[in-house]
Design a protein around this ligand. Structure first.
Ligand code: J2J
Length: 554
């Protein structure tokens, strides 16, 4: 049973969210039209080698929309977008919004396995990609995916983007150049604001990432409120240091929040301190968002830099837990305020507020955007509310949190409660003020400094190796990333695969680099729970003791 594309909110909830003014019936295409009218000559987007005003962004989005329609792309069609932090990201995405086609937001790190999965799941009709990025030929990747997935009719390639580093790559045979797609702008019917605008990716805990349908109404609400909470104005300059297709730099408040406020978005081709600091100085950046390991690297680099970071007012940290010690170093080192962000592509986003007391900002991961974000903290086994202030699993429901994944009926049955709360898989403590402290996780996922790895996905890859009888992947504490992945492998009788060989095997299956296990330990058997299941708790404890009887890292 594949399930529906989109699970709408029950009518009484939808009516309530409309009456409260959360859902305003505006589409992203209409938003851009309004922004272009209000801020025509102001700078909307800055990237390496390009700078678009609001009027230019609007014009480009219109031209691309017309070109996409001429290619045969229709409202409701899905288009995989794999673009790094290039300014063209925004016209492409807004062009698709105008058509009413749904971008599927792949990350630049994704490879054949993930892209084939997204294209197949979504029955995508096209892939929009870049010729090369970080020394990798993305055009060839997209062509391979198109050859494997029958629904994909077009590969559209942006050439000459920044950071290619492997020389000009010819678009593969049959691919179209993005530059040639632009057609004379023309009016297109506006899609339904209550309908799906795009598909985001879940971090995942079971198998490959699930697709997350977000509507114009619900996402615009979270973007609008995020911009307000982060106090963005037309004078603000937001730096996207993380990959812009990810939900955090896209919407919390991200590039969309910045545009919503009439501000300027700066897209960093790489997130390292040197690149980011140069852009902060050159563009007078006021706010940016990073993950904890990057915050730590920037704190270090700030003590040595001669670049002028004085424009920076807010550094957001999120995606993974920012410990209180790192949190305390950020303000003094970078001369700005810290804002903690705890969000998820499924919806709910929490921010510490800019006027919260220092202890709240250092210790909590913020409170929800909306008074209509319903929060329950429950016993993970019984779903019963824990006493106030105690640790439990976070369940949430609200005006911008999905009610179901895309075409995933079986998974939805367990990922949501019968009354529609999303099971975040996070363990939290809730303060009297409503702020949440993230203290752990019940989902089988590794959070590598903000990059999410589903244990089961890596286990499946390892199990495909002929010498592997069983595999179990766990997160182990890491000073820099917070966590790294460690794979325990039981070989088939007589086989002795090496750690290096198994890591290479996973990499060669065409996966994002962060999916390849950081460490592989070959063991004779797994510790078991009383019912005979592999005990991941024991395995984590074993790595903490740094060995399992009979284990060898080869
Ligand atoms: C601990 N864990 C966190 C935090 C996310 C804004 C910010 C982040 C994301 C994101 C996002 C955390 N402390 N501050 O989409 O809009 C972990 C939790 C959560 C999962 C979601 C946004 N911030 N996490 O990270 O969909 O486990 O979104 O459930 O990638 O990241 O991951 P993702």
């Amino acid at each position: 049973m594949r399930g529906p594309d989109h699970t709408p909110w029950p009518p009484d909830f939808a009516a309530r969210y409309r009456a409260a003014g959360h859902w305003r019936g505006q589409t992203f295409g209409a938003l851009l039209t309004a922004l272009a009218a209000a801020h025509a000559d102001r700078t909307a987007v800055v990237g390496e080698g390009a700078r678009f005003s609001y009027a230019e962004l609007d014009e480009r989005a219109h031209r691309l929309a017309a070109g996409l329609v001429d290619l045969g792309v229709r409202p409701g069609d899905r288009v995989v977008v794999q673009l790094p932090n290039v300014p063209e990201f925004l016209p492409v995405v807004f062009g698709l919004f105008r058509v009413g086609a749904w971008p599927v937001f792949a990350l630049p790190a994704h490879r054949d396995t993930e892209l084939v999965h997204f294209a197949e799941q979504a029955e995508a009709v096209a892939i929009v990609t870049v010729d090369a990025h970080d020394r990798y030929d993305h055009a060839a990747l997209a062509r391979r995916v198109a050859d494997r997935v029958a629904s994909v009719r077009h590969v559209v390639v942006l050439s000459g983007a920044c950071g290619a580093n492997i020389g000009a790559v010819e678009p593969p045979a049959g691919a179209l150049a993005l530059d040639e797609l632009g057609r004379a702008p023309r009016e297109l019917p506006d899609p339904d604001p209550a309908g799906v605008a795009f598909l985001q990716l879940s971090g995942g805990s079971t198998g490959l990432p699930k697709l997350i349908p977000r509507t114009h109404d619900d996402y615009l609400y979270s973007v609008r409120e995020s911009a307000r909470i982060c106090r963005l104005t037309p004078e603000s300059v937001y730096l996207a240091a993380l990959p812009v297709a990810h939900n955090y730099p896209l919407s919390s408040p991200g590039v969309l929040g910045a545009l919503h406020a009439g501000a300027t978005c700066v897209l960093a081709p790489r997130p390292d301190a040197d690149t980011a600091f140069r852009l902060i100085e050159a563009e007078r950046v006021t706010i940016t968002g990073v993950v904890p390991p990057l915050a730590a690297a920037w704190v270090q680099a700030a003590s040595r830099t001669e670049l002028d970071l004085s424009s920076l007012e807010v550094l957001q940290v999120g995606g993974a837990k920012c410990g209180a010690e790192l949190a305390a170093r950020i303000g003094p080192a970078l001369g700005c305020a810290l804002q903690q962000v705890f969000g998820m592509a499924e919806g709910m986003v929490n921010y510490t507020r800019l006027d919260d007391p220092a202890d709240v900002v250092l210790v909590t991961q913020g409170r929800p955007i909306s008074l209509d974000d319903e929060v329950r903290v429950v016993d993970p086994l019984t779903d019963e509310d824990v006493p106030a202030g105690e640790t439990g699993a976070l369940l949430t429901r609200g005006p911008y949190t999905i009610r179901g994944y895309y075409r995933a009926a079986a998974h939805n049955a367990t990922a949501f409660t019968p009354d529609g709360f999303y099971r975040t898989g996070d363990l939290v403590r809730r303060c009297a003020s409503g702020h949440l402290e993230v203290v752990g996780r019940v989902k089988d996922q590794i959070n590598r400094g903000g990059e999410k790895v589903a244990a089961e996905e890596v286990e499946n890859h390892l199990m495909a190796h002929p010498d592997v009888l069983d595999a179990a992947v766990v997160g182990v504490p890491d000073e820099y990333l917070g966590e790294r992945s460690c794979a325990y492998v039981v070989p088939v009788a007589g086989a002795r695969p090496s750690a290096g060989e198994l890591r290479r095997f996973v990499r060669e299956r065409g996966v994002a680099a962060f999916t390849v296990p950081d460490r592989v330990l070959v063991v004779d058997a797994f510790p078991a729970t009383p019912v005979g299941k592999t005990s991941k708790r024991e395995l984590r404890a074993a790595i903490a003791r740094s060995l399992v009887p009979g284990s060898k890292e080869r």
